[in-house]
Design a protein around this ligand. Structure first.
Ligand code: MG
Length: 221
């Protein structure tokens, strides 16, 4: 019999999908990633440059950011679709502490100069088969290498509440989560102090791929 322990954690090197769903459960975004470390502390996974991804678009194929802020979450007006794309840039290391309603993303320049942490507020991560499932909370935090912290997309969260994507109570909870992360930064707790900025991917790793059914499911490509 397989022990619960082996079912709870993925081995380093395992390819997984990091999936974002909308409140109506539809898939909004899928990122194939490679497990770097997975244990009781949480999941650390790598999104490699050049990885095929599925990302959200408006029903007519335009970018989300092409709509005025006030209409961005008006799904009835603009609808939603998915677009097949390629992840550009140097790649992203995501750290999802166990049970936390956020993940911390590390960014580097092309010459591996560390650019800082981006804290994406999102549902605590559920695991389904070889996928992590979560839901974006719109509000984000940027933590600079000098530990300066700034909230991002407050206006977008207000728009999401006005359009009914999230309730005012949910938005208050998300702001509370942001305050909790700001407190972690102030005391320089994990994962910020864990030196993940010194981590580098194995150059021999093949680029993870999107499963064929997800490629076929894309509205636009
Ligand atoms: Mg976000």
């Amino acid at each position: 019999m397989t022990s619960e322990h082996t079912k709870l954690h993925w081995s380093p090197g395992t390819e997984i999908l990091w999936r974002y769903r909308r409140p109506d459960s539809a898939i909004e975004s899928v990122r194939p990633m490679r497990v770097v470390r997975d244990d009781d502390r949480g999941l650390v996974a790598w999104l490699a440059p050049g990885t095929p991804v599925l990302r959200p678009a408006l029903a007519d194929g335009r970018e989300l950011r092409s709509t005025p802020m006030a209409e961005r979450f008006d799904f009835e007006h603009h609808g939603r679709a998915t677009r097949l794309d390629t992840w550009h840039g140097q790649g992203v290391l995501k750290v999802a502490p166990t049970g936390a309603p956020w993940s911390v993303w590390l960014f580097w320049s092309e010459s591996w100069k560390f650019r800082g942490w981006y804290v994406n507020l999102e549902d605590p991560h559920e695991r389904v088969d070889h996928a992590v499932m979560t839901q974006d909370h719109v509000l984000d935090l940027v933590v600079e290498p000098d530990r300066t912290t700034q909230r991002k997309d407050e206006d977008e969260l207000e728009s999401a509440v006005a359009s009914g994507r999230y309730s005012a109570a949910a938005a208050r909870r998300f702001r509370g989560n942001a305050a909790a992360v700001e407190a972690v930064v102030r005391r320089w707790g994990s994962p910020f102090r864990d030196r993940w900025e010194d981590w580098r991917p194995d150059p021999g790793w093949p680029t993870p791929q999107l499963p064929a059914d997800l490629v076929a499911s894309a509205t636009y490509r």
